[in-house]
Design a protein around this ligand. Structure first.
Ligand SMILES: O=C(O)CCC(=O)C(=O)O
Ligand SMILES: [Fe+2]
Length: 210
């Protein structure tokens, strides 16, 4: 396994570390702190809060098609999908994720074709029970990517992303601002534990060609 901490060079600059790719390959998940600049994280957090304040976030559903339902006891986040051109901050984020898509393809030949993502806000007490990100009727989601937007996250306030890697002990990742978490959508069971304060993120999925 490489331990080279040097970033992969890129003109638009996600500070993607080689070890982030190595860890994803060997464990099926990885995390990297300071993936976004503090300034961009702040701008995205402000946008997420503004969307919440103006009622633009809606309770996320579970299931698909006829089985789709609002079940805040299972999934309590409110979300809004990103659209191209909605803001400078979102466009910068999308540009960085595009660089990440290219880097993942270069490293793993995954044939990732596009990226979809949404803002998510978990109010205090809201969580998301254990699930996989790949749907039974849609196997295109390949790599899940979450970036957290709370500037700080003191311990003791819950809200961890809990991963359940196959054959390994579960582990908790605190949703600390600017932190990137990647995992394989088809394999990694995971859940969001309820927090005592508002929890902000951008969750997204790199998808293969249909
Ligand atoms: O916010 C997180 O840590 C994970 C969110 C998640 O699992 C999802 O949106 O599918
Ligand atoms: Fe998920």
């Amino acid at each position: 396994m490489h331990t080279d901490p040097s970033p992969i060079p890129s003109s638009t600059g996600p500070w993607l570390h080689q070890r982030t790719l190595d860890q994803l390959a060997s464990h099926g998940w990885s995390q990297q702190n300071h993936f976004l600049s503090d300034e961009l994280t702040l701008a995205l957090a402000a946008e997420c809060r503004l969307l919440a304040a103006t009622g633009a976030l809606t309770l996320a559903a579970v299931g698909r098609g006829d089985a789709q339902a609002l079940r805040p006891d299972i999934r309590g986040d409110r979300t809004r999908w990103l659209a191209a051109g909605q803001s400078d901050a979102c466009d910068r984020y999308q540009g960085i994720m595009e660089q990440l898509r290219l880097a993942l393809n270069q490293a793993f030949f995954l044939g990732l074709d596009n990226y979809e993502s949404h803002f998510a806000l978990y109010a205090p007490g809201a969580g998301y029970q254990q699930h996989l990100d790949r749907f039974r009727d849609d196997d295109l989601r390949t790599v899940s990517a979450v970036i957290y937007l709370n500037a700080d996250w003191p311990s003791g306030q819950g809200g961890a992303l809990r991963l359940h890697p196959q054959g390994e002990p579960m582990l908790d990742i605190a949703p600390l601002g600017s932190r990137l978490v990647l995992f394989l959508s088809a394999d990694m069971l995971h859940e969001v534990l309820p927090a005592t304060c508002e929890r902000l993120s951008l969750a997204g999925w790199f998808r293969r060609r249909s």
